[in-house]
Structure formats: structure tokens, C-alpha cells
Design a protein around this ligand. Structure first.
Ligand code: GLU
Length: 446
């Protein structure tokens, strides 16, 4: 069945790899089922929502290869929310509360001290008209809670299987703040109904919300969409990700030159029954992915593992796929250069390091040639063939050096590598030598 899904970030910061996981899983389900992906900005919090963050999120999704069929903003839909709010008030399901944050906090502490769950006691439901008038006279503004039906809400979760929540253990949720602004809880339900969302896929930190929203869906629409709650990612040290952890933001990964495909594969496959592995493209990822492969416990995200996946992907990447980006980096070595070095880089910008070694000479931290090898280098220079060079030049040259000097293996190759690249590790010299060319090679041997 074509699933209409949505990714609904609050534009209050840069999104991180955990948010990308939610977006990507939604995207994969939409392409797998021939459905549609809606990008919806949950921007009812006017104070914290910023347009530049919304733009940034759109850019991040585009980079990942997610193309929304539709983009919506909750801030543009206030009239619908106000209308439904009135309906809920008329039904007697939305009630005003006047407790301050401090008062609520003290209530919860008292409940905990008595060993009770910190569930809102519905005291506001028994306020008299006089008490309400007195609060209003004090200048207090009400916040509004949805009166839950104290029943069991059950659903078949796409990831977690059969779920039940007893609503008498859940506080009546605040839907409208004292300043009149909406939390996303109600707008989200209204949008999902109006936009025909058939499956809500989000992190498992929303499981309790689902009980609440399920009741709102039933009240307003007669039925709820399907729900799937995926596991969350944590940092390598086990902390939850937050928008403040700048280093795990998609933006920083893009700027650091990671492959969007590597980030996408990693964000999706980590914490599933599938091993993290290089794949050709998003379609291949969609084919491999299924909601029931997602594990139910949190998964640790380690940048080092992303780095090695990124390297594995680059090692198989054709020149055409990266030519523009190489040029933007100032790497003009063409296909031969790319094929020579792609196996030796972790991130694309590393190609510039090797290109500089070709073009501008040895890096500052180059390993120096050993004085003990002076005679060897002189011999190697003498035996250096004339151009034109190709992939066979290295072999014929080193065979000749071997015959003359009696050196072999590491003793033969390592001094040459060090002289030509300033490094003890690096690209296959058979491919690298023709790129370097006669002039540079002889200069470096002298
Ligand atoms: N704005 C909410 C969030 O980012 C949306 C949750 C949902 O997908 O319903 O957590």
C-alpha cells in the first residue's frame, strides 16, 4: 500500500544524524511503497523556530537525496488549529489549568515522595468559577489540557510489534501553552488528518505521545494512522543526541566532505539486523531496508565507523561521480589520478592532500630521505626511463634497480615511496608514477 509519510522537525537547530535516521526511514518507506514524503516544519514555537534552520534542514535533506513531494509549515495553518481547538472545548475535552510551572513541579515531587507516579491530578477540573475568576484577576493565563479517556490504547507498531498503553498512567497533555501557542501535539494530528498521512514513523521517544494522539485521531477522524517507532541513536559514549551536538550535525558532515550516501546508509542500517555495508544508491538501500529489521534498543553512533564506510564507498566510486567536487577542491588530476588515489582516502577532501603532493611537492610533514640511501637514489635516478610513461613503467624501472643494487622487497620500494611521496603509505606507485612524471620524479630523487 502506498504510504503517505511525513518528517516533522521543529526548525530550532541543525538536524543531526539521529534526525536524519527518522527522515530517511520515512523516505525509504515512501519510495518502497510508491507513496509520498511530506516535509512538515513543526514551527508553532515562534520563539525558538527560525527560518534559517528550516532552510538548513531542507538543504540537508536534499543533500541526502530526499525529495519531498510537499513542504508544509504549521505556522501557516493556525486557523485550522483554532477551529479544532474550539471543537474540543465544545466537546468538553479541553480544560483550562492555572498551575504555574513551580506548582506543578512541587506536585510531582510530593507524588514521588509518596511513591506515586507523577501523573497530573486533574485538580483544574474541579476549580469553581470564583477560583477561576480569582486566578484571572491575578493576571494568570490558563494553559489547556486534553482530558484523556482512561482506557487502554493499543496499536500494532511497525517496528515494536503489539503495543498497549494504559492511559490512566499518562498525564492529560497540555495542548496549548499559557501564552496561547500550540505544542505540536494537536497540530500534528490535525495535519496528519488533513494531509492524508497513512503512517507516522518517528523515534521511540514518542511512544507515550502516540497514546495521546491516538485518542485525538479517534475523536477527530474516527481512526488513527499506522505507527512505527524506531530506536534512537546515541553518541559513542551512550548519550542521547541533541541539536546542540554540532559535530554530529548533517551540515558538519557535509562540510567535512563525507559522502551523502555513506551518511544515509550509516544512519539507516546502524541499529538494524543488516550489517552496515556499501550500497550502490538509495534504491539499493530501500530494497534492503524493512521496518521490522529495526532493533528495539538504542544504537551507538561512532564517527570512526562512518569514516570507514565512507572510505569503502569512495574506493569504489567512479571518476564521473566525483569529478565536479574534485574540481571544486582544486584537484585537476583527471581520472587517472582519481583511480590512483581513491583507495587511499577516507574522505574526498583527502584527495587534495595527494594532489598537492603531485603538484606542489612533498608535504611539510614529509618523511625525509635517509642519507644512507644516497647511492641507491643516485642509481635509481640513473635508471629512470625516459617518457612516455604508463602503468608498466614502475615495474620495469624497479626491476632494473633491483638488478643493479641487489635490493628487493621493502628495502627496494620503501626508499622510493618516501622519496616520491614523503609518506610511508599511499597509492600504488605503478599508477602514481606516470601521474608524477619524469621531471618531478627525478627532482625528488636528486
Ligand atoms: N516535531 C516533532 C519532533 O521533532 C514531531 C514528532 C512527530 O513526528 O510526530 O519530535
Amino acid at each position: 500500500m502506498p504510504e503517505i509519510v511525513r518528517f516533522a522537525p521543529s526548525p530550532t537547530g541543525n538536524i543531526h544524524i539521529g534526525n536524519a535516521r527518522t527522515a530517511l526511514i520515512n523516505w525509504l518507506v515512501s519510495i518502497k511503497t510508491g507513496g509520498a514524503f511530506i516535509l512538515r516544519f513543526d514551527d508553532t514555537d515562534q520563539e525558538r523556530s527560525r527560518d534559517e534552520y528550516a532552510q538548513g534542514i531542507a538543504t540537508d535533506l536534499d543533500w541526502l537525496g530526499i525529495k519531498p513531494a510537499r513542504v508544509e509549515r504549521q505556522s501557516a495553518r493556525m486557523a485550522s488549529y483554532d477551529e479544532v481547538t474550539q471543537k474540543l472545548k465544545d466537546m468538553g475535552r479541553l480544560y483550562p489549568c492555572y498551575e504555574t510551572a513551580d506548582e506543578l513541579d512541587r506536585k510531582r515531587k510530593r507524588q514521588r515522595a509518596r511513591g506515586l507516579p507523577p501523573v497530573y491530578d486533574r485538580a483544574a477540573l474541579s476549580l469553581t468559577d470564583e477560583q477561576i475568576k480569582a486566578y484571572e484577576a491575578e493576571g494568570r493565563k490558563p494553559h489547556w489540557r486534553f482530558q484523556l479517556d482512561h482506557k487502554t490504547v493499543a496499536w500494532q507498531d511497525g517496528v515494536r510489534g503489539a503495543q498497549t498503553i494504559e492511559c490512566d498512567s499518562v498525564s492529560d497533555p497540555v495542548l496549548i501553552r499559557a501564552d496561547g501557542s500550540y505544542l505540536y501535539t494537536l497540530p500534528s494530528v490535525i495535519d496528519d488528518i488533513d494531509m492524508g498521512v497513512t503512517m507516522v514513523i518517528r523515534g521511540d521517544d514518542h511512544v507515550t505521545n502516540t497514546a495521546v494522539q491516538n485518542q485525538l485521531f479517534e475523536l477527530l477522524n474516527g481512526k488513527a494512522p499506522a505507527f512505527s517507532h524506531h530506536n534512537l541513536l546515541t553518541s559513542a559514549t551512550g548519550e542521547g543526541l541533541s541539536k546542540r551536538l554540532g559535530s554530529l550535525s548533517l551540515r558538519s558532515m557535509r562540510e567535512d566532505g563525507y559522502e551523502s550516501l555513506a551518511v544515509a546508509i550509516f544512519a539507516v542500517l546502524i541499529g538494524t539486523s543488516e550489517p552496515v555495508q556499501p550500497l550502490a544508491d538509495m534504491t539499493a538501500l530501500a530494497e534492503l531496508f524493512a521496518l521490522d529489521k529495526v532493533s528495539r534498543s538504542a544504537s551507538k553512533f561512532d564517527m570512526a565507523d562512518l569514516g570507514s564506510l565512507n572510505a569503502r564507498i569512495l574506493h569504489e566510486t567512479a571518476y564521473d561521480a566525483v569529478a565536479d567536487r574534485l574540481e571544486a577542491l582544486g584537484v585537476n588530476g583527471g581520472e587517472a589520478f582519481w583511480l590512483a588515489i581513491r583507495g587511499n582516502i577516507e574522505r574526498l577532501p583527502d584527495a587534495k592532500v595527494w594532489w598537492d603532493i603531485v603538484e606542489t611537492g612533498l608535504p611539510d610533514d614529509a618523511i625525509g630521505k635517509s642519507g644512507d640511501d644516497a647511492e641507491f637514489y643516485a642509481k635509481a635516478l640513473e635508471l629512470l626511463p625516459n617518457e612516455p610513461w604508463d602503468e608498466t613503467t614502475w615495474k620495469s624501472w624497479t626491476t632494473a634497480i633491483k638488478a643493479e643494487t641487489g635490493r628487493k622487497g621493502k628495502g627496494l620500494f620503501m626508499p622510493l615511496r618516501v622519496a616520491l611521496t614523503g609518506r610511508s603509505h599511499g597509492p600504488e606507485l605503478a599508477a602514481f608514477l606516470p601521474i608524477l612524471g619524469y621531471q618531478r620524479t627525478s627532482d625528488r630523487l636528486s
